[in-house]
Design a binder for this molecule. Structure first.
Ligand SMILES: CCCCCCCCCCCCCCCCC/C=C/C(=O)SCCNC(=O)CCNC(=O)[C@H](O)C(C)(C)COP(=O)(O)OP(=O)(O)OC[C@H]1O[C@@H](n2cnc3c(N)ncnc32)[C@H](O)[C@@H]1OP(=O)(O)O
Ligand SMILES: Cc1cc2nc3c(=O)[nH]c(=O)nc-3n(C[C@H](O)[C@H](O)[C@H](O)COP(=O)(O)OP(=O)(O)OC[C@H]3O[C@@H](n4cnc5c(N)ncnc54)[C@H](O)[C@@H]3O)c2cc1C
Length: 665
């Protein structure tokens, strides 16, 4: 097969230093080097092959995942990889499996909620994978409403134990990843009941589920997989599980006791910390999901951009070549905002990581003041970025036309793997309602002179923002960060204030919340979009080296903001932040920005530095050699192993003969 770069011409048009942009995308030179090394290590190892995933029956698929996870662990030990390198290796192995929950939730939960003694006991076992853990919170009948969980943990003072029990079918644990077939232990969320029969609400407990000798469930435990999920391959590599307890006894010291304790005498002692800290692992994971959203979106956009540059339709003159579909303004209008969103989510993800680290340090110093904001930001940005990413993967599939529907485009499996992100770690609507509560609380405190800080600081300028009008007079006026920021702040303020005013008309605030939920969600989205826009603008204040790199990012930042403005025109115009004329100027400016993105588009997706192994897409191949490889791939399908298909003699031949006989009659 020829070895040429079909996209070389595209790459030659780039107006910026791609190698420097790769470093901006990775976050630092060090991060770039680690990511690059780990992605190549995985790509060159045949055990991490994944091109056959969608064709394997579930049992084989699952066994193969176990094999890969074991191999990944072996390589991590052999190569003495650091925690950072190991997590990148798992990321590029690119197959959801139990280790995500072990490292991503079980370990962080013990770190966050365990006492020093508990950490000393459990963490070394978990770090060496001598035990494998999962996070068992959700139940068959209860997911979003954590306070409604039914599993009980009743203290027995006679034996100094907790008795873990599933009182109803609805209380069966349902969904935890890694639970179905692998985990030996789980962090179990259960209602704490003490001898006085008082219910102290949900707490976390470490429960051993399976024997460390023969992997059989321990007495009183019923455990299994919940069954096949959406799509082929995809998330079916994960053993999401079900779990029931029949009066299972665990020692008292297996309740995670950093936040609250039960003494030997059965006394409940609450540390001087907010009870919401029991939800801390969710805050941590939501923050990581935002960073993952930019990776998944970038992956889909990389495939769609490269393919749009390869694919040609219409426009041939005098027998010449047809037009590259990336040159159509409609294609650009659908694709370039997604490219801009990938970068926007990357930077807001970076900032959220900083916010999370900051709040963690404050918590250690017993400063809980920024916890509500950290909760609102992680919940809101998790919701916003996963919703957009899930929708955008599907849009990228459509941008690739018919070929996008082939498994080997990589997009169907990516979509199937990604969409549950809109549900897990908090349903996206439920999370936006949490943001709305935070906003309503902030607005209600304004009259008392309370100065909002952090991401709600803009609400402190409520009087100005309720009245301001954009000064834009010509299209280029939109290319000004303060002009853009002001309209996003004004829109978010006006939507929040309108909700607060409407809420005040209800005698009972909770009734108002239920009735106005749809408006509240819109106000929350406006607030979250403002955060993303403002963090992109802040990123551009940094010193960014490399020829043309900052200019490209500036262009993408305006594409991101002006496209949002165009999509939510109703909000911006109805709240009087901009006039219809200014909206039309924004649209003119957006079109002209697309022309600036166009020559750089392929280089901008090259800057993600994804290997062909990670992309697993023929349409998104680095060399753009799409048609020969699609042709080759078709012949690999098991259906093409024989010229005449199995079933011909039973079903096709008799049918044809019957039709022939009928025709003769
Ligand atoms: C092609 C192949 C590709 C392969 C790719 C492979 C890569 C795949 C992608 C990456 C994979 C990433 C791994 C992810 C694994 C997923 C694992 C999933 C795990 C789970 O889902 S675990 C279960 C998660 N469950 C939830 O999130 C439940 C959601 N519900 C809640 O969080 C709460 O119940 C609530 C927040 C909705 C309500 O809480 P509560 O009842 O207590 O209610 P109130 O509303 O009354 O709140 C009281 C006050 O507490 C504050 N609060 C609430 N939560 C928090 C918090 N977390 N932190 C701080 N404060 C919190 C509220 O704001 C209230 O405050 P107020 O001041 O009193 O108003
Ligand atoms: C792939 C996957 C992996 C998972 N992994 C784990 C895991 O490892 N551990 C674990 O414990 N759990 C896990 N979960 C469970 C997950 O956390 C829950 O599914 C999630 O929290 C949503 O809860 P739910 O399913 O109860 O949805 P529901 O709350 O029943 O939502 C159903 C619908 O009702 C709406 N709704 C609910 N409440 C409200 C409200 N107050 N106002 C307005 N609308 C509302 C929602 O928006 C949604 O449209 C996983 C789920 C999936 C899909």
């Amino acid at each position: 097969m020829e070895d040429v770069d079909h996209l070389a011409h595209e790459r030659s048009k780039a107006q910026f230093d791609v190698e420097e942009m790769k470093i901006v995308w990775a976050g630092s030179r060090h991060a770039f080097e680690v990511t690059d090394r780990m992605s190549r290590l995985v790509a060159s190892d045949p055990i991490f092959r994944k091109d056959n995933r969608t064709l394997l029956p579930r049992k084989e698929l699952f066994k193969n995942t176990l094999r890969k996870a074991a191999h990944a662990w072996k390589r991590i030990i052999e190569l003495r990889l650091t925690e950072e390198e190991a997590s990148k290796l798992r990321f590029f192995a690119d197959e959801p499996n139990f280790t995500e929950l072990h490292w991503g939730m079980f370990v962080p939960f013990i770190k966050g909620q365990g006492t020093d003694e508990q950490q000393k006991k459990w963490l070394p076992l978990a770090y060496k994978m001598q035990i494998i853990g999962c996070y068992a919170q959700t139940e068959l009948g209860h997911g979003s409403n954590v306070q409604g969980l039914e599993t009980t943990a009743t203290f027995d003072p006679l034996t100094d134990e907790f008795v873990i029990h599933s009182p109803t079918l609805a209380s069966s644990k349902w969904w935890p990843g890694g639970l179905g077939k692998v985990s030996t232990h789980a962090v179990v969320f259960a209602r704490l009941i003490i001898t006085d029969d008082r219910d102290y609400g949900v707490h976390g407990f470490i429960v051993q589920l399976r024997s460390l000798d023969d992997h059989l469930p321990l007495p009183g435990i019923t455990v299994g997989d919940i069954g096949n999920k959406f799509g082929s391959g995809a998330y079916n590599t994960m053993d999401n599980g079900l779990l029931r307890f029949d009066n299972v006894r665990i020692p008292r010291d297996q309740m995670l006791m950093r936040i609250s304790q039960v003494t030997r005498e059965g006394k409940y002692v609450q540390s001087n910390v907010p009870r919401q800290l029991v939800y801390g692992t969710m805050v941590y994971v939501r923050q990581t999901i935002v960073a993952d959203a930019s990776c998944a979106l970038a992956r889909a956009v990389c495939i769609a951009t490269r393919y749009s540059a390869v694919r040609r339709q219409f426009g041939s003159q005098n027998g010449g070549v047809e037009t590259q579909v990336i040159d159509y303004k409609t294609q650009q209008n659908r694709l370039f905002p997604l490219l801009a969103s990938a970068y926007a989510f990357r930077f807001v993800g970076e900032w959220l990581k900083w916010l999370y680290t900051d709040v963690t340090q404050r918590l250690q110093a017993k400063d809980f003041s920024t916890l509500p904001e950290a909760h609102a930001c992680t919940a809101g940005l998790k919701s916003l970025t996963t919703t957009v990413t899930a929708d955008s993967i599907e849009e990228c599939r459509k941008l690739c036309g018919g070929h996008g529907y082939l498994s080997c485009s990589g997009l169907p499996e990516l979509f199937a793997v990604y969409i549950p992100a809109c549900t897990y770690e908090g349903d996206n609507v439920v999370l936006l309602l949490q943001v709305a509560r935070f906003l309503m609380k902030t607005v209600s405190q304004l009259p008392s002179g309370m100065k909002p800080v952090g991401t709600t600081a803009y609400l402190g300028r409520v009087e100005d923002l309720m009245q301001c009008h954009s000064t834009v007079k010509k299209a280029e006026d939109w290319l000004n960060p303060s002009v853009v920021l002001e309209v996003f702040e004004a829109r978010a303020t006006r939507l929040s204030v309108a909700c607060a005013q409407n809420l005040s008309k209800f005698a009972k605030q909770e009734e108002g919340f239920l009735e106005l939920a749809a408006d509240l969600v819109e106000a929350a989205v406006a607030h979250c979009q403002l955060i993303v826009v403002s963090k992109f603008i802040e990123k551009l204040q940094e010193d960014i080296p490399g020829k043309g790199v900052k200019e490209q990012l500036q262009t993408l930042c305006y594409v991101y903001a002006l496209n949002l403005l165009h999509k939510h025109l109703g909000d911006f115009v109805a709240t009087g932040c901009i006039t219809p004329k200014q909206a039309s100027l924004a649209n003119d400016q957006l079109r002209s920005l697309y022309s600036q993105v166009r020559p750089n588009a392929v280089a901008l997706v090259d800057s993600f530095n994804y290997t062909d192994h990670y992309l697993s897409s023929i349409l998104g191949r680095y060399d753009g050699n799409v048609y020969p490889k699609l042709y080759e791939e078709a012949w690999k399908d098991p259906l093409n192993e024989s010229v005449v298909p199995d079933g011909y003699h039973e079903y096709i031949r008799p049918l044809l003969k019957q039709q022939l006989r009928n025709a003769r009659l």
